[in-house]
Design a protein around this ligand. Structure first.
Ligand code: ZN
Length: 282
């Protein structure tokens, strides 16, 4: 599969174009499809899968307007992190566009709770995420991390964190005949006593990857967020559910043209686009 990122005009937003079938899908909550292990966008029976790491990179670096061309049903997974996309965006270069950057600012808390899993959006000055995970596995009982998402923190602390999975799930998937998607090359696989196939990039790489997923999923709001996500044992479905709840709750948010130089870093308060087209190595 080939992925190309192309400059787009101001107020275009992020749009995926399936060039093999000629369908364009805006990256917004209205088009969210299946969300089992990744986030899929769907429109008119056509879907584009695993959008969250690329969306995370775009949102993390503050890119508002871009056309993403893919000639198949899935964004290339590459190494399972957002680092290759960050590199592509640096290659393309970013430029300010002739409109102010608009933000969705959280005014009132909203929450989605499913048993011990929860996602909450709270008012905050900046875009922040506090995430905690816990699994029934000796290596991953508990990890938690809280950070403010800026282009710098995203690039250094979040983007390199890779997808992870448990060996027992890989075996289960294999038994049920489901595709594994090259699981050993683009994911960290956790066995009963340790990580099987790779050295970790961070001691707490797993919770950092959850933050990456959340940045990507929240990008489907369609505007950068001014607010704090508090997530506990959440995942793609809860990330988008709480975003949907925010937009569906009258008075819970407002759209503001905030001056946030740390997000754009080129010209304060302007929307950002790409300087030039780039193509993924895969
Ligand atoms: Zn992910």
């Amino acid at each position: 599969m080939r992925l190309r990122l192309l400059p787009a005009p101001a107020e275009h937003g992020v749009r995926f174009a399936r060039t093999d079938v000629g369908v364009e899908i805006p990256a917004i909550l209205d088009h969210v499809g299946e969300q089992d292990h990744a986030t899929t966008l769907r429109r008119d029976g056509v879907s584009i899968g695993t959008v969250e790491h690329l969306l995370g990179a775009l949102s993390g670096l503050g890119v508002d307007d871009v056309r993403v061309e893919v000639d198949g049903p899935e964004v290339p997974v590459l190494d399972g992190s957002a680092a290759p996309f960050v590199i592509l965006l640096h290659e393309a270069g970013l430029r300010p566009l002739a409109v102010p950057r608009l933000h969705v600012r959280v005014k009132e808390p909203v929450a989605v709770v499913h048993g011990t899993k929860s996602a909450r959006l709270l008012p905050a000055e900046h875009f922040e995420i506090g995430y905690s995970i816990g699994f029934d596995h000796p290596l991953l009982r508990h990890q938690a991390l809280s950070l403010r998402v800026t282009p710098r923190s995203f690039t250094e602390q979040v983007a390199p964190a890779r997808t992870f999975g448990f060996l027992r799930e890989v075996e289960m998937l294999r038994k049920s005949g489901l595709a594994l998607g090259g699981s050993l090359e683009n994911a960290v696989v956790i066995g009963e006593t340790g990580v099987l196939n790779n050295k970790l990039r961070f001691e707490d790489e797993f919770v950092r990857h959850k933050i990456l997923d959340a940045v990507g999923d929240l990008a489907l709001i369609g505007f950068p967020l001014l607010g704090r996500l508090e997530a506990t044992r959440a995942g793609h479905a809860l990330h988008t559910a709480v975003a949907q709840k925010l937009l569906a709750t009258p008075g819970a948010y407002e759209i503001v043209a905030a001056d946030a130089p740390e997000r754009g870093s080129v010209v304060a308060g302007r929307a950002l686009g790409l300087e030039s087209p780039v193509e993924s190595p895969a």
